[in-house]
Design a protein around this ligand. Structure first.
Ligand code: MG
Length: 251
C-alpha cells in the first residue's frame, strides 16, 4: 500500500481546497431548518462550490447523481437529495460534501440538528464529533495509522454505540479516495507509519443502536439496520511533525 506524501505546493492547494469546503459547510449549516428539502440543500451546495470555481467531486462519482450526500436520521451516508424529502423538526441530517480545487480534493461531513432533537440523539451527534477529535490526537508523524482507529473505538465504545465497519476513512489528494483505508474500530495490526505530508479523510460513522447497516434499493443510501439514528463527522487532515492540521475547519 503506497500512501502519497504531498509536496509543499500540493499541501498549499489542499489547504485552499479544505478552506473553501469549510466555508461551504458553514453556509450549508445555516440553511438547515425544518421545511427545506434535501434537493434544495444539494442545489445550494453545488452553487456554493461552483461560486469558488471549484468542482463538486461527489457529482457523478461512481454514478452518484448529486453534489452532496444528505442522510436523514437512520440514514448513515450516501443519501440522495430528492425534492420530496423534507427536513422536519426533531430530525438529524448528515451532510457529506467535497470539492476539487486546482486538481486537489477535500472531503468533510457534518451532522446537523433540525429544530428540537431528542437529548439522546443530540448526544450521539456530539460524541460522534468528539470521537473524531479523540482519533486525531494520535494523528502525528511517528505514530501508526491504526493508533487513530483504536483511539476512535476506545472513545466511542464507552457509550455503547455501534461503529459502522463497512465504510471507512481514506487517504485523499489528487484523487478523492487514496490509500490508506482508515477504519473507525480497533485493529490488530499497527498500519502504516504516519509521515508529514500525508493527507487523510477521517470519518467516524456512529449508530445509536447496533452497528449493522443495509443498503436501500436505490443502491446508494446506507441505513442503520435497526432503524435508529446515525451520525457522521469528517474532516480532511494533514499530518505534520507536530499537531495535525485540520484542513476542512475554519481557524
Ligand atoms: Mg470521505
Amino acid at each position: 500500500m503506497a500512501v502519497s506524501i504531498k509536496s509543499a505546493r500540493e499541501i498549499e492547494l489542499m489547504r485552499e481546497s479544505g478552506r473553501i469546503l469549510a466555508m461551504v459547510h458553514e453556509e450549508l449549516g445555516k440553511a438547515i431548518r425544518p421545511g427545506i428539502t434535501t434537493l434544495e440543500i444539494d442545489i445550494l451546495a453545488e452553487r456554493l462550490i461552483r461560486s469558488y470555481d471549484c468542482i463538486p467531486n461527489f457529482l457523478h462519482y461512481n454514478g452518484f447523481p448529486a453534489s452532496v450526500c444528505v442522510s436523514i436520521n437512520e440514514e448513515v451516508i450516501h443519501g440522495i437529495p430528492n425534492k420530496k424529502r423534507v427536513l422536519k423538526d426533531g430530525d438529524i441530517v448528515s451532510l457529506d460534501a467535497g470539492l476539487i480545487y486546482k486538481g486537489y480534493h477535500s472531503d468533510a461531513a457534518r451532522t446537523h440538528l433540525v429544530g428540537d432533537v431528542a437529548p439522546e440523539v443530540q448526544k450521539l451527534v456530539e460524541e460522534t464529533r468528539n470521537c473524531f477529535f479523540a482519533g486525531i490526537k494520535m494523528a502525528k508523524a511517528g505514530n501508526h495509522l491504526f493508533d487513530i482507529s483504536n483511539a476512535i473505538d476506545e472513545y466511542i465504545s464507552q457509550f455503547g454505540y455501534g461503529i459502522v465497519r463497512e465504510f471507512v476513512g481514506h487517504g485523499i489528494g489528487a484523487r478523492l479516495h487514496e490509500d490508506p483505508e482508515i477504519p473507525n474500530f480497533t485493529q490488530a495490526r499497527r498500519g502504516v507509519k504516519l509521515q508529514p505530508g500525508m493527507t487523510l479523510a477521517i470519518e467516524p460513522m456512529i449508530n445509536l443502536g447496533r452497528a449493522d447497516i443495509e443498503i436501500l434499493d436505490d443502491n446508494w443510501t446506507v441505513v442503520a439496520a435497526d432503524g435508529l439514528p446515525s451520525a457522521h463527522y469528517e474532516n480532511t487532515v494533514l499530518i505534520t511533525d507536530g499537531e495535525p492540521e485540520i484542513l476542512t475547519m475554519l481557524k
